[in-house]
Design a protein. Structure first.
Length: 67
């Protein structure tokens, strides 16, 4: 009777360790997803800033071509 109870206790401890590790992985994945979202927003804003900045330059180049 000792060995089956020991096996059950070890199995429970193993499952508890796996549950803790799964919770840590889940938390890190959520943090990574949040960082990826923020980075995506920053890239989109930088792209819009670049497009706005190139507008006047494109107009100058177009004006030089027509001369």
């Amino acid at each position: 009777m000792l060995w089956p109870m020991l096996a059950i206790a070890l199995a429970f401890c193993g499952l508890a360790v796996l549950a803790v590790l799964a919770a840590r992985v889940y938390r890190e994945v959520r943090r990574l997803a949040r960082q990826v979202g923020e980075s995506s927003d920053r890239i989109a804003r930088a792209s819009q800033d670049l497009e706005r900045a190139t507008g006047p330059l494109a107009a100058q180049v177009d004006g030089l071509r027509r001369r």
